[in-house]
Design a protein around this ligand. Sequence first.
Ligand code: FE2
Length: 277
Amino acid sequence: MSNRTISKILPAQAVPEGKGVTVHRTIGRPGLSELDPFLLLDEMVIGADDAGTGFPEHPHRGFETVTYMLTGSMRHNDTVGNVGEIGPGEAQWMTAGRGIIHSEMPTSNGVDIRGFQLWVNLPAADKMKPPRYQDIPFADIPTVDGDGYTARLVTGGLLEQKGPVNEIAVNPLFADITLSRTGAATIPLPVGHTAFLYGIDSGFDIDGQHVPPRAIAVLGDGTTVTVAGEKDTRFLLVAAAPIGEPVARYGPFVMNTREEIQATLEDWNQGRFIGAA
Ligand code: FE2
């Protein structure tokens, strides 16, 4: 057994996104342009009084978007006909595949909206598959009790349990973890998988290094990670096997080559995305 240490700590960068939203970006920014198979990680914060802000209609192709809410709620609409609303502790997993146009807009009144959006790449063989959408209600997300921690498991496996998201190409571990006592908790991770942690309300320590909130801690390889902090310290733990293919990205489109991006832009401009006018 080998304990993982931190290979990089990077604070989030504030980036304007959508309509009037500032996101706090840790993957997909200078210093960490990607973290195979992850392409982007944003912490979204929308104030209760920021009426009309959000993410109006926009396209995606070639990867998957995962939304996980902490407070408030957001409503999803897409050109495949899916409509869904997710609130605190709920998730949405959208496989853009060959193309989808969607909107993600706040629906809660008087409550600050806070959540995460993670982009997970698709292997070349899956980039042009039909789009797919999964809503994951609170009750479907199991809680796993570990030694010194509890984990809400959105996807992937941990301590013999599995999350409810199914049939996705890259099957990451996506867990919302809380320390159940002050001290250190050791969590198993698959060897060779890319892995990172992100503090939700407070920082924590790994191998004597402090990770502040609103920052990503990327881990080196190993079979476990030991996280130390006060009782109720809460963080995301995400891990997956790298895809190992070339990445060509242009805004909301992520393919393998520049030629494929060019073809995607032509498809988009000519209305060949599903449901496009
Ligand atoms: Fe989107």
